[in-house]
Design a protein. Structure first.
Length: 328
């Protein structure tokens, strides 16, 4: 089985060099490396070209989704790996993932600055259309070492069967960056195309190396894209039925943004999301009740249980308190 690797890049020359080193050490040969350049100015694309990658220039920072889509459309392989430029992979990372039986797969991603802590595993989505990257910031523990089927993989370091994109489509350019992977995962769930979490596959992630976790642009996009998830996937009936948890979840996230000095950006994002709500909804068919309602209820149950294992984050503690314990 052939593997092509897609790496969206916007500067970060040194980190890209480390990633290319780890790709060269993979036990599964990589057929092609495609570096999609979002207008770098620090020599990152030139480094990639010298190292044998095919560089696809975008000419501007078009966002993660648009860059990845360009790479996927240009790739020719059975499997397509999408990697952030600030990750490093264990030598058997790709081999373990493509050996799984799912439509896509991701591994256990540890923090590069503190490898005893989880950077990410897989994503869970609440009824409020807010998501948690399971284990983020937690000490690595046995509960993060259990393989399981998943619906949403972080595109930090994931592999996909090339035929999956023929079934589900590409990332939605409208999301630019942040939650575009959650949108893709919900579409996979709507088609019953599950992936796998493979904790024996290990990678290390620098994390928020491009803008920063609470950069104003990051907050604005996440805030807007939470509303876009509601517009794209929630049938009208669920918008009314879950109005309270949606309101609670969205406002609590605004409180978190306020704590980080980004309340104005949160408001801007919500306003942009609401302004674009009708357009997003016209361009997509929301999932049927028989798909989305049981899916999000089960994910919220899982989320609450996972949080309970080693202490709730304040956001989720308040969310479950105010929504009377979560989905029933």
């Amino acid at each position: 089985m052939s593997v092509a690797v897609v790496i969206p890049v916007w500067n970060g020359r040194e980190m890209l060099g480390r990633l290319l080193d780890s790709l060269g050490a993979q036990t599964t040969p990589v057929a092609e490396v495609l570096v999609v350049d979002n207008g770098s100015s620090d020599g990152a694309p030139e480094l990639a070209a010298r190292r044998g990658a095919r560089v696809i220039p975008v000419g501007r920072n078009a966002g993660f989704a648009a860059a990845v889509n360009r790479g996927i459309q240009s790739a020719h392989a059975d499997w397509i790996a999408v990697l952030n430029s600030d990750v490093e992979l264990a030598p058997d990372y790709l081999a373990r993932l493509i050996d799984c039986g799912g439509w896509f797969a991701t591994g256990k991603i540890l923090s590069a600055s503190d490898p005893t802590r989880i950077d990410g595993t897989f994503d869970l989505v609440s009824r409020a259309a807010t998501a948690w990257r399971v284990g983020h910031g937690r000490l690595d523990a046995p509960e993060f070492s259990r393989p399981q089927p998943i619906w949403t993989a972080p595109w930090t370091a994931a592999v996909f069967r090339a035929t999956l994109f023929e079934r589900v489509g590409l990332l939605d350019d409208l999301f630019e960056s942040y939650l575009e992977d959650v949108d893709f995962g919900l579409r996979c769930a709507e088609y019953s195309l599950a992936g796998e979490y493979v904790p024996t596959a290990i990678a290390w992630h620098q994390g928020s190396a491009t803008l920063g976790r609470w950069h104003p642009e990051t907050v604005r996009r996440i805030s807007r894209n939470q509303v876009f998830l509601l517009a794209r996937h929630y049938p009208r009936h669920l918008l009314w039925k879950w109005a309270w948890p949606i309101l609670v979840g969205q406002l609590l996230w605004g409180g978190v943004a306020l704590r980080h000095g980004a309340a104005l950006e949160w408001l801007k994002g919500k306003w942009q999301g609401l302004r674009g709500f009708s357009g997003v909804r016209r361009g997509a068919a929301p999932a049927g009740l028989d798909v989305l309602e049981p899916l999000l209820k089960s994910q919220e149950h899982f989320l609450r249980a996972a949080q309970s294992c080693n202490g709730h984050d304040l956001y989720w503690r308040m969310y479950f308190l105010l929504t009377w314990g979560g989905a029933k």
